[in-house]
Design a protein around this ligand. Structure first.
Ligand code: ADP
Ligand code: MG
Length: 638
């Protein structure tokens, strides 16, 4: 490559008409439509140029240097957003002009184009593209994880900011449309304008939800340019009352920042609306796990192959920002005194006791469950009563290991496993020769300067390696964060059962006071544990129903009968984290059964029954599944 290369513009409007598209062959052989393309440069990579193409697959970076070419893709499913920004005015230091090089990440300060602080002398338009790239588990046994990557494109081909900004905005609009699953026609129409409703429980888990939101969630919402209304709950049932009484359709979705208990409130609040069906259908609900029980968040990550540990907040925030949702089963639960809807579990016995009795240990976080499990193993209790259930239409190939081939399981979930920087050698691990192409975690590229048709090589590019993230303050007109004081009018909320009425689908099983159908199975006896679950995980470390799906119409019933030995029980408790708690060979004491409806009838008056981890009246209780009646945000991308 010559020292002063002729810059070949690859903009498609040059030859295909404005935003015309041409086809290119991606790695998988299927043609991908190229919506935009441009040539960029990078400071530290001398004699190389980057051809950047936007296709429905993502942003394809083709680096050509010294006669060889390398290509990598930042997949669209990993990109959460992009923002157009301008240079910020510097203090005493001379302002850069359009022909100067892009400063290193520490010096590069950018602001919104309407800021009073902007540097008029730099006519460049900067497009920041934010991606959270999935790095697959590698040969070295590391788990999959996501890493934040910023791609900065500096548009400076023209002499005035307006022209450069027009170029940057074309890219921004197209990227946003692709993120939203739309085909980019690059018309200036604005996509989803509704805000997200965020309900945050400051008391969930060890009480750090507020800090977690400010430090880790809000910056990602800013990157995605998704506006939100944040309401911090003031007491139990605040969220339930809120979604029951507000015009929920003004929001694009509801995000729960808390534990499963808060999610339960939102589900039940929506089902207390006369328009419940429409509300459940139209308003997807997401969860960002800050509770001590985060069964749903872990289940969603598990089912879709999204990394969870060590960054559950990151993965879940990405999921809610993507805005996609899938149907999820709900179970209508009836006790003597109330009707409610459950998305996770109904439990009686050991695990319910652990959930409720470990409450005073809340400050120690999820460890409280382990500590109390050991305690309860030593002081074992049994409960007398009757359990009845309607068997699901399942073929069990290995009854006691719970390996069920369920006809209802036919619904296949797409596993969103991908390698964003798709290297055929190291499969995204980034640790091979091929991968060392300068596609760092912050990649800043620029077009040639309008005032300098031959860019000054050597110093006009840079590749940053710092992993530091800079977040840009969100303008108040877009982002609204309602603090406690502002949401004061809501403080009059008090959960009032007399004004609330549970709607939802009508029951199809006999009332709690009537006998169960003759087709049900029933047994009376002494039980250590009777627990149902309809998610894979009851908590982030409790892989309770490994075969469960979000929308399979199955309730998994686990029974542990009295007579079980302490060692069997210990191995059950120890196996919960890996999903190996059900004995492989048929055991008379421990069993897992797929059902569609159940009834528990305790004989005594002392004990705990939980619905989704929260205590309910101790006494007879029954549940029936309603497949797919709610929508939960999930990491799907189509
Ligand atoms: P965890 O998983 O730690 O239990 P949750 O978010 O599930 O956290 O909340 C636990 C309980 O706290 C729920 O029953 C919920 O109704 C209740 N709750 C919600 N907001 C508040 C609040 N501001 N103060 C006290 N309790 C609350
Ligand atoms: Mg299920």
């Amino acid at each position: 490559m010559s020292e002063n290369p002729k810059i070949e513009k690859l903009r498609l409007d040059d030859d295909d008409g404005e935003f015309g598209a041409r086809q290119q062959k991606p790695d998988d052989g299927k043609p991908a439509t190229v919506y935009l393309a441009e040539t960029f440069y990078i400071t530290t990579k001398k004699n190389s140029q980057f051809e950047v193409k936007l296709t429905e697959r993502g942003i394809c970076l083709r680096k050509e240097s010294n006669g060889s070419a390398k290509e990598q893709v930042i997949y669209m499913k990993d990109i959460i957003g992009c923002r157009c920004l301008r240079s910020k005015r510097k203090g005493q230091v001379g302002s850069p002009c359009a022909c100067s090089s892009m400063p290193g990440p520490a010096q590069l300060k950018v602001v919104d184009e309407h800021s009073a602080d902007l540097d008029e002398s730099d006519v460049s338009a900067y497009l920041y593209i934010y991606a959270y790239i999935l790095k697959k588990a590698g040969r070295r046994g590391r788990g999959s994880r996501r890493e934040r990557t910023t791609l900065t494109l500096r548009f400076r081909s023209f002499d005035c900011y307006e022209d450069n900004n027009r170029e940057a905005q074309k890219w921004r609009t197209a990227i946003k449309q692709l993120i939203n699953g739309e085909s980019p026609d690059l018309s200036p129409k604005l996509i989803e304008q509704r805000r997200m409703l965020i309900l945050l429980n400051p008391k969930s888990g060890s009480g750090k939800a507020r800090e977690v939101f400010q430090q880790r969630v809000a910056p990602m919402f800013a990157e995605a340019e998704i506006a939100y209304d944040l309401h911090v709950t003031k007491r139990a049932f605040f969220a339930r009352e809120f979604v029951r009484t507000k015009d929920v359709y003004t929001w694009r979705g509801i995000v729960v920042v808390g534990g499963d208990g808060l999610f339960w409130e939102v589900i039940n609040g929506l089902l207390e609306r006369s328009d419940w069906q429409h509300a459940l259908d139209q308003i997807p609900i997401g969860i960002i796990p800050c509770g001590s029980g985060n069964g749903l968040a872990k289940t969603i990550a598990h089912v879709y192959g999204e990394p969870y540990e060590p960054k559950p907040i990151l993965g879940s925030t990405l999921t809610v920002l993507r805005g996609r949702s899938v149907p999820m089963d709900l179970v209508r639960v009836e006790t003597r005194s109330e009707i409610m809807f459950s998305f996770l579990s109904v439990g009686w016995g050991l695990i319910a006791d652990i959930d409720i009795e470990s409450e005073p240990l809340r400050p120690i976080g999820p460890q409280r469950f382990t500590v109390w499990s050991l305690h309860r193993l030593i002081s074992l209790r049994t409960y007398h009563g009757r359990i009845s259930y309607a068997l699901a239409n399942c073929e069990l190939s290995n009854h006691n290991s719970g390996v069920a081939t369920n006809k209802l399981n036919a619904l296949k979930h797409s596993i969103s496993c991908n390698t964003a920087l798709d290297c055929p050698e190291c499969h995204g691990e980034g640790d091979c020769e091929t991968c060392d192409t300068g596609f760092g975690d912050i990649l800043s590229l620029e077009t040639t300067s309008g005032t300098n048709s031959f860019r000054p090589r050597g110093d006009s590019w840079y590749s940053a390696t710092s992993r530091r993230s800079t977040y840009f303050s969100a303008s108040e007109s877009v982002y609204q964060s309602i603090n406690d004081k502002h949401s004061e009018p809501d403080s009059s909320f008090k959960y009032d059962k007399s004004t609330a009425q549970m709607f939802g689908p009508a029951s199809t099983i006999p009332a709690l006071t009537a006998p169960v159908p003759s087709t049900w199975k029933s047994e009376e006896g002494e039980f250590v544990l009777v627990h149902t679950a309809y998610q894979t995980h009851l908590g982030s470390d409790c892989f309770f129903a490994p075969h469960s799906k979000l929308n399979d119409g199955i309730i998994w019933l686990v029974i542990i009968r009295a007579g079980v030995s302490r060692s069997q029980l210990l191995s059950f408790l120890l196996g919960l984290s890996s999903g190996t708690h059900i004995p492989e060979t048929k055991s008379p004491f421990i069993e897992i059964i797929p059902v569609t409806a159940f009834r528990f009838e305790p004989s005594g008056t002392q004990g705990n029954i939980t619905v989704d981890g929260e205590s309910v009246e101790y006494g007879p209780i029954q549940g029936e599944v309603f497949p797919g009646i709610s929508r939960v945000m999930a990491p799907v991308f189509s």
